[in-house]
Design a protein around this ligand. Structure first.
Ligand code: GDP
Ligand code: MG
Length: 204
């Protein structure tokens, strides 16, 4: 068995949000994570409840404050006035809109495993706001929403995907979305080439 502390054993949570399912981007999104060499170890489609979504976003007790502060800063950086100076008031609104968005239809929850899975998935997924997420990332290539549009229309920003932000967040989120028996340990042939130290299994 593999050593659980090795970076190749890292896992992360990805959720294809309702807009990703509706826009028929499931295959494209899954393909991006597969192509880089990550291994899918759990997957299910479901319509989440509002309680499940609120718990998901508040697994980190600092999320309300940090996200509120980040939002205020992003308004000020653009020379705009934030809707409130109180981070918690801002996040309450964001959370209400996220619950509406994330419960509007089926989502696909997935656990991906591989070297530096959390950071690799974030890199491929791209920045939170599609307006500024890099070209070549999923959020940069397949969607065009902005905080400005979302806030004007009083809705969540439609950015196709949720991806865990850190290893601790990933572990908490995977436990929130999957029961232990819903994750599968198995080997795929990619791993022989990605991680084998000697590459001594190719030539006959
Ligand atoms: P993620 O990890 O890249 O999804 O981003 P966060 O964890 O920081 O935020 C979670 C969700 O909150 C995002 O997907 C957005 O829907 C929402 N959100 C985060 N920051 C902002 C913001 O500055 N403005 C608005 N309107 N929504 C935000
Ligand atoms: Mg996050």
């Amino acid at each position: 068995m593999s050593d659980m502390t090795h970076p190749k054993d890292e896992r992360t949570l990805v959720v294809i949000k309702p807009d990703g399912v509706q826009r028929s981007l499931m295959g494209e999104i899954i393909g991006r994570y597969e192509a880089v060499g990550l291994k899918l170890v759990g997957m299910k489609m479901l319509v989440p409840t509002a309680e499940h979504i609120e718990a998901h976003y508040t697994l980190d007790p600092n999320w309300r404050r940090v996200t509120g502060e980040k939002t205020i800063k992003s308004y000020k950086d653009k020379g705009m006035t934030p809707p409130s100076e109180d981070p918690l008031e801002i996040t309450a609104k964001i959370l209400t809109n996220l619950k509406k968005y994330m419960t509007s239809g089926p989502v696909v929850a997935m656990a991906w495993e591989g070297a530096h899975a959390v950071k690799i998935v974030r890199k491929i997924t791209g920045g939170t706001e599609p307006l500024t997420s890099d070209v070549g990332t999923i959020r940069g290539d397949y969607v065009l929403d902005s905080y400005q549009m979302a806030d004007t229309d009083n809705r969540a920003v439609r950015n196709l995907i949720h991806a865990s932000g850190s290893v601790d967040e990933a572990n908490a989120e995977i436990a929130h979305w999957f029961k232990p028996g819903e994750l599968t340990d198995y080997r795929i042939i990619h791993e022989e080439i990605l991680y084998d130290v000697n590459l001594d299994g190719i030539l006959e």
